[in-house]
Structures are given as structure tokens and as C-alpha cells.
Design a protein around this ligand. Structure first.
Ligand code: AMP
Length: 172
């Protein structure tokens, strides 16, 4: 775990002043670490009959697709508005200042489907909670959320009512 942690780089004041960005690029670039991280993200959800893994744009896509392959599920993209070509559904959520939205294709999942939501970082939890809501709006069951990095001091877990698996947790 310390080996994985050592491959996540803190970038102060990116993309704006006051934010410490968790850059996972060094971990993604290390074959053994990437394989291990994907296994750890997948393990809690093996044998859970997952039908689809929904990845949140953009770094969530990188992790969600190999997790989907590991549990023999399909991949579903969740994107910023205006990016998906087909008919979409949208969820809007609050940010510190203002709101943001995410979309999925209206036929991406359906009642009876069992979805795992994947992203790189769980921070305040707003994005993951919106993704859960989006999948539920299409009638799917959300089995859980899996992230590579959790910034636990931001309290994102409190926004979610599904199990959350995180590989690397930062307490401060
Ligand atoms: P939140 O909705 O606050 O949980 O933010 C989660 C989303 O923002 C994820 O898609 C992350 O990629 C991104 N994010 C938030 N904070 C950070 C951070 N400190 N480092 C890297 N990505 C972050």
C-alpha cells in the first residue's frame, strides 16, 4: 500500500490556488502498481453480480474499464454535459460555489442492472453521489462505489448511501 501511495503525487495549487491535486499519473505509468491498484479496487465487488461499471469522466474512465473487465461487466461512461452523442439523462449537484452536472446515455443501464460506480478520487462526494443518483434515475441498482483515492477529511462518505471501497485514504 505504501508503494502505491508513493506513486501518487501532490501538486499544490492545481487547478487553482488552495487545492492539492492528487496526481495518479505516476501510478498509472507503473505496470505492477496499476495492476495491483485495479485488483484492490475490484476485490470488494467480485462475485457481486455487477452488470455495469460506470466511470466518471475523465480519470474515472481509465480505472473503470479494466475494473469492468475484471468482473465481466460492461462499461458505462458518465460525462460532463454535451459530450455524449445519444439521448441523455442529467443530474445536477451543488459545488462550493454554484452547481455542476453529469450525464449518461438514457439507455446505458436499465431496471435489473447492478452498477458499480468508479472514480479516481472521492473528495467532497458530490460527484459520486450524483453518479449514484443518475444510475438510479434509469432504474438500476447501485451496488457500491470504488475509488483509488479517498480524501477522508472532506467527509465525502456522508453524501453516499452505498458501500464505498477506497484503496488509499488521506486523513489530512
Ligand atoms: P468531489 O465531487 O468533491 O468528490 O470531487 C471528485 C471529483 O473531482 C473526482 O472526479 C476527482 O477526479 C476530482 N477531484 C476532486 N478533488 C481532487 C483532488 N484533490 N485531486 C484530484 N482530483 C480531485
Amino acid at each position: 500500500m505504501n508503494q502505491l501511495r508513493s506513486l501518487i503525487r501532490d501538486v499544490p495549487d492545481f487547478p487553482e490556488a488552495g487545492i492539492v491535486f492528487k496526481d495518479i499519473a505516476p501510478l498509472l505509468g507503473d505496470a505492477a502498481a496499476l495492476d495491483k491498484a485495479l485488483d484492490l479496487m475490484t476485490d470488494p465487488y467480485r462475485d457481486r453480480d455487477i452488470s455495469h461499471v460506470a466511470g466518471i469522466e475523465a480519470r474515472g474512465f481509465i480505472l473503470a474499464t479494466p475494473v469492468a473487465v475484471r468482473v465481466a461487466a460492461g462499461f458505462v461512461p458518465i460525462r460532463k454535459p454535451g459530450k455524449l452523442p445519444w439521448k441523455t439523462v442529467k443530474t445536477t449537484y451543488d459545488l462550493e460555489y454554484g452547481t455542476d452536472s453529469i450525464e449518461a446515455h438514457a439507455d446505458a443501464v436499465a431496471p435489473g442492472d447492478r452498477v458499480l460506480v468508479v472514480d479516481d478520487v472521492l473528495a467532497t462526494g458530490g460527484t459520486a453521489a450524483a453518479a449514484v443518483e443518475l444510475m438510479r434515475s434509469l432504474g438500476a441498482d447501485v451496488v457500491g462505489v470504488s475509488v483509488l483515492v479517498e480524501l477522508s477529511f472532506l467527509g465525502g462518505r456522508a453524501k453516499l448511501d452505498v458501500p464505498i471501497a477506497s484503496v488509499i485514504v488521506y486523513d489530512d
